[in-house]
Design a protein around this ligand. Sequence first.
Ligand code: ATP
Length: 349
Amino acid sequence: MAEIQLRNVNKRWGSFVGVDSFDLTIADREFLVLLGPSGCGKTTTMRMIAGLEDITEGDILIDGKVVNDLDPKDRDVAMVFQSYGLYPHMNVYENIRFPLKVRKADPAEHDERVRRASAMVELDDFLHRKPAELSGGQRQRVALARAIVRTPSVFLMDEPLSNLDAKLRVSTRAQIKNLSHELKVTTVYVTHDQIEAMTLADRVVVMKQGKVQQVGTPTDIYDNPANTFVASFIGSPAMNLMDGTIKDGTFTGKNVEINGLSAADGEVTLGFRAEDAGLAEAGQKGQITAPIYTVELLGDAVMLAVKAGGQLVSVKTTKEFRAEIGDEISFAVPSDICHIFDRASGERV
Ligand code: ATP
């Protein structure tokens, strides 16, 4: 059981700021995901929690105790990396048992604990294989079993799914979610994949260039992005963003006019999600009329991209919809589904 606090945590290398004033309390048993593009400081933040990286300024507390100067082995954290980190000369059983030996757990318990951990990740039948004789997904499950074998206070996972193919990623993701539900261990999980973040997290921290952009539940972040960066990073496709001006409640951009907005006059970026826009009723004109650029069949829906005002805009529609590239369509963007951001700062208004 562990609460983790980051108090004004900074990491600098010379004048380069890797992590900038990170402040957050991660609740006991919470599944927290650090999300952001390459180089935004996710791994560095996690390595500071693990004790693998010095903190330039600030404090990290685990269960109320400052751990800044504590060795990784004294922090009771277990880590899973994308590169598995298995010992090639040991078989699966020995790899999973390794942390118990290092931590000098009671040898009488080793066998039962290894078998319990391997059963949880469905590796019972592979205990005598060497890592080289396993698939990528099986190796990643060995790494997971090795992390859970000694029930640490904190799990730290750095892109554990990124070496797996798309199908295995989905099934291993489900397994991680299920394990975390069963084990109830505070987990910090690093990824640049917003779908992984949305599906796994209790809360997501979105980072950019070392700075926290927003902290919230997946629904919060999806429904109320704090700025245009978060709006464009979360969701597939990303939120449509259009520059324009609001005057007397009317947004005017290139090729688009939307009335009835309750926002102050000014230069703004207006956002809406593909699924919130709808095709205009037959014979009526919506707020955007433009030629279709692509039609993508998703199985349960059709995703259109239209070229409006020189930019591509995504619109999701029903699976029955049929149209050709180049056909002109008109769709409605109701004022109540629009997100408004200040043009200069990108912040939500
Ligand atoms: P990725 O998804 O690519 O792993 P990340 O968000 O995890 O990215 P970090 O590895 O935390 O990013 O790196 C944050 C920034 O700090 C990057 O710009 C990186 O180049 C820089 N950085 C990391 N380690 C060092 C170091 N030892 N010396 C100088 N700069 C570093």
